[in-house]
Write a protein that binds this ligand. Sequence first.
Ligand SMILES: C[S@@+](CC[C@H](N)C(=O)[O-])C[C@H]1O[C@@H](n2cnc3c(N)ncnc32)[C@H](O)[C@@H]1O
Length: 322
Amino acid sequence: MNTPPLPATPSEWRAAAQQAATPAEALTAWREYLWLRPDDAEALLAQALCWRQLGQKGEEVQVLQRALRIDRENATIPLELARAWLDLAEWDRAEDALTRAEMLGADVEELRQRLMHERGSLPTSYARHLFNDYAPRFNEALKGLGYQAPDLIAQTVWKYLTPPVDILDLGCGTGLSGLPFKDIKGRLVGVDLAEQMLHEAAKLNLYDLLVCSDLPPVLEGGGRWDLIVAADVFVYIGNLAPVFERLPDALNAGGHVAFTVEKGNGPVPVLQDSRRYAHGAEYIEGLLGQNGLKAREIFEVVLRHDRHQPVMGQVWVIAKAN
Ligand SMILES: C[S@@+](CC[C@H](N)C(=O)[O-])C[C@H]1O[C@@H](n2cnc3c(N)ncnc32)[C@H](O)[C@@H]1O
């Protein structure tokens, strides 16, 4: 019996790879092809997908990275790289690759959703982009939604405060959450990761300092506060553990933390279709217990309206347990 001749030319190897019956056979053919045409990024992409089918994640990533060095314009390469990093639970790398794919015009929606669900928190770049874009329209837009979180927080926490009060405003945005405290503030510091929101907040001449940052680094920055406010910001952060772990050390003796959450159920935060997280009381209570904190008040409230429906939430006032 005659065995068919082995492919010899690049195009024959390519055809052999494309017609291979199994990923392992395709991989062998792509390897031969790439030996002859090492700079063919499309072939590298195809080879990477074979590695994926064989469950070889490390090889898959290496080959995709090589393809990306060769072809910086093909959006599918960073998109597939993002998928590979997601499979490896490398969230930050997945996010970088997704951003790159998006800039090249890829539809990244499905993978962004996956990243958000699996990582447990929205990527900080999501909130930064969203709110930088929203900043000039934010105050006006919220008026139309009946937004009440800052006032609800202030009304609830007021009785615990003796002026002057040093206040850290987490996710201060345009400053709506600092305004209710303007007459009792000692030092007032706002932190937000969207610089355009801070730009709007600066116009109020209310804050002593505005810091452009994620929340955990500011909480471990050495300052101590009588009041830490977080109005409508935890909804953009699923996993609140890094924040709550740092609260006890950031509070003065007798200090309080007042925050809102969208009302959820169960032991873990849930990402809603609105792309905001809901946090159940069970989850918050768990964090309090783990970090030597206790609840002083919990109020059920309507935070605002969304598409004419009330968005139900809670105002929490918490303090150190001892
Ligand atoms: C809905 S706005 C609320 C702003 C303000 N607290 C208020 O009540 O008007 C949410 C703000 O949280 C900020 N933010 C979201 N995630 C953040 C994070 N991880 N670190 C710092 N700021 C964040 C956003 O940039 C945005 O300005």
